[in-house]
Each structure stands twice: as structure tokens, then as C-alpha cells.
Design a binder for this molecule. Structure first.
Ligand code: HEM
Length: 275
């Protein structure tokens, strides 16, 4: 018999015992935390939802993580601090050397982009907002501090991704660097839209662990253009390929490989919390 069906037979239809897990763990009851209706929106979570008394989500997420008023504030691990620090430094390097020069509005710097400068500047503006807000959001989400600010910046992040992504699709269709390059960046734009949308939908449903995971994926994708620059410059220094070959390879590598590398870390984290 399927474990979830067996679990339901043994435990009945009690809402406090989530049965969505499969395997032996599905049969073990989980501890649920009831949140007072008097709790402040911050204590109740990002959306300020009223608790209906049921165990809201998986263990280690809504119930015991953010909504529990007694839970200690999250302390980011050393690896999180180092990762965020490196990301901020690299993002600053990218914005200063690759994005900021376009603000000069000098046609010589735009080169072939000049006829599409409106779309490029819109894209850079949206990408800039997402790139800058992302680490702040991950920090606030991890430390569970300043949740009203986290919520406001989250909307800013969404707006940045929506703007940057829309312009990116137009740029990808009109690129002069060939269809393989264009398709790579179209894939990147799709990944950007999907990861960010799932992160948003997760928080609307108050599934904090899922929101956290998809926001990390979303920021890994946001970071892709920084990787693009790094990757092409390393290949250039190494004397590998032509400019077009390097850019074409980067249009796929800059997001597919980081997403792949991030995944085992995200899954490992979940396994480590499985009882
Ligand atoms: C993550 C999703 C992103 C996608 C799908 C994307 C897509 C694109 C596309 C299609 C182009 C034009 C390429 C060409 O035709 O040569 C472009 C250029 C550019 N993008 Fe993005 N981009 C993304 C993120 C970002 C972010 C976060 C920034 C940060 C501000 C950014 C900054 C730039 C810059 C500065 C250029 C001009 C090319 C250069 O000088 O390197 N992009 N992007």
C-alpha cells in the first residue's frame, strides 16, 4: 500500500499530521505549533495570515521557523556570510565595469546596441535593482529581521525582474550574436521568470521553505550576467575561442551550471533537516 494511504489509515484525517511525505517518515507524526491569533503580523509571518489552528506547513518551515514567536532569530552561517559577501563584491564589480558605463549615453560605448538603447537601458535598470536588492533580501530572510522592509524590497525585486526580463526577451530576439546565443539568453530569461514567480507564489501560500529555496534559485539566475562577464573574461585571458564563441558558450553556461551547482546544496539542506 502506498505509504501516504497507509499513513492516512493509521492516523485518520487529522489536519495536524501532514501526510504529503512518503516512505516511513510519512507515518511519524510531526510537532505542530499553533500561533496565537493575537500574534503580530511579523510573528505570524510575511503575509500576516490568521492561523486556523492547523499545522500550517512542513516542520522547520512556517510552523517552527518563522511563525513561532519563541523561535530564536536566525543566525546566518559563516558560509552564508562569505557567499553573500563574495556575491556583493562581484555584483559591484560587474555593475561598475559593465553596466554603469552605459549611463554615459555615449554611442561609442553602446556600439551595436545603439539602435536598441532604450531596451538595453530598461533592461539594465531592472537588472540593477534585482542584483542590488537580492542579497539584502536573502540576508533579511535568513536573519528574519525587518520583515516589513523585506516585504517592500520583495516587491521592488519583483518589479526589477519583471522589467529586466521583459526587456531581455526583446533583446534576445533582436541580438546580432546569432540564434544559439539568443536562445541561451531566452532560456535565461525563462529561468528568471519561472524561479521568481514560483518564489512569489510560494510566499503567497506561506510556504516559507519553498519561498527561500526559489528565491535562492532566482538570485542565482539574476547573478547570471555577472557569471557571463567572469566566464568570457577568463576564457579571453586563457586565449580560448573567438569572441562570438565565448559569448555563445557563456549564454548557456552562465545560468545552467550555477543552477545545477546550487541544487545539491538546497537538497542537502533539506536532507539534513529530515528526521
Ligand atoms: C538574469 C536574466 C538576464 C537576461 C535573460 C539577460 C539578457 C540580456 C540580453 C538578451 C542582452 C543583450 C545581449 C546581446 O544581444 O548582445 C543583455 C545585455 C546586457 N545585460 Fe542582461 N540579462 C539578464 C540579467 C542582467 C542583469 C541582472 C544585469 C545587471 C544590471 C544585466 C546587465 C546587462 C548589460 C550591462 C548588458 C549589455 C551587455 C554587456 O555589456 O555585457 N543583465 N542581457
Amino acid at each position: 500500500m502506498d505509504a501516504s494511504v497507509l499513513g492516512k489509515e493509521l492516523l485518520g484525517d487529522r489536519p495536524n499530521l501532514p501526510l504529503e511525505r512518503t516512505g516511513p517518515a510519512a507515518l511519524r507524526p510531526r510537532k505542530c505549533v499553533t500561533i496565537s491569533r493575537r500574534a503580530t503580523p511579523l510573528k505570524r509571518g510575511l503575509g500576516g495570515v490568521e492561523d486556523d489552528g492547523a499545522c500550517m506547513r512542513e516542520r522547520g518551515t512556517v510552523a517552527e521557523d518563522v511563525l513561532n514567536p519563541a523561535a530564536p532569530l536566525g543566525r546566518p552561517s559563516l558560509s552564508t556570510v562569505i557567499l553573500l559577501g563574495v556575491a556583493v563584491l562581484l555584483a559591484a564589480w560587474f555593475l561598475a565595469t559593465a553596466a554603469a558605463p552605459y549611463l554615459s549615453l555615449d554611442p561609442r560605448y553602446f556600439g551595436g546596441y545603439w539602435p536598441r538603447r532604450g531596451w538595453l537601458l530598461t533592461h539594465i535598470a531592472g537588472g540593477f535593482v534585482a542584483l542590488v536588492i537580492g542579497p539584502v533580501q536573502i540576508w533579511l530572510g535568513t536573519t528574519r529581521t525587518h520583515m516589513p522592509l523585506h516585504r517592500a524590497l520583495g516587491l521592488g525585486y519583483l518589479a526589477g525582474v519583471a522589467t529586466g526580463c521583459t526587456a531581455a526577451v526583446v533583446l534576445a530576439f533582436r541580438t546580432e550574436a546569432g540564434w544559439v546565443f539568443g536562445l541561451g539568453l531566452l532560456g535565461l530569461a525563462t529561468a528568471w521568470a519561472i524561479t521568481t514567480t514560483v518564489a512569489y507564489v510560494s510566499i503567497r501560500h506561506r510556504v516559507i521553505s519553498q519561498h527561500r529555496e526559489w528565491m535562492i534559485r532566482s538570485y542565482v539566475v539574476t547573478f547570471a550576467f555577472v557569471n557571463f562577464r567572469l566566464f568570457t573574461q577568463i576564457l579571453e585571458v586563457a586565449g580560448v575561442g573567438t569572441r562570438l564563441e565565448r559569448a555563445t558558450a557563456a549564454s548557456w553556461f552562465c545560468w545552467a551550471i550555477p543552477l545545477l551547482v546550487a541544487e545539491p546544496f538546497l537538497q542537502w539542506r533539506k536532507l539534513a533537516h529530515t528526521d
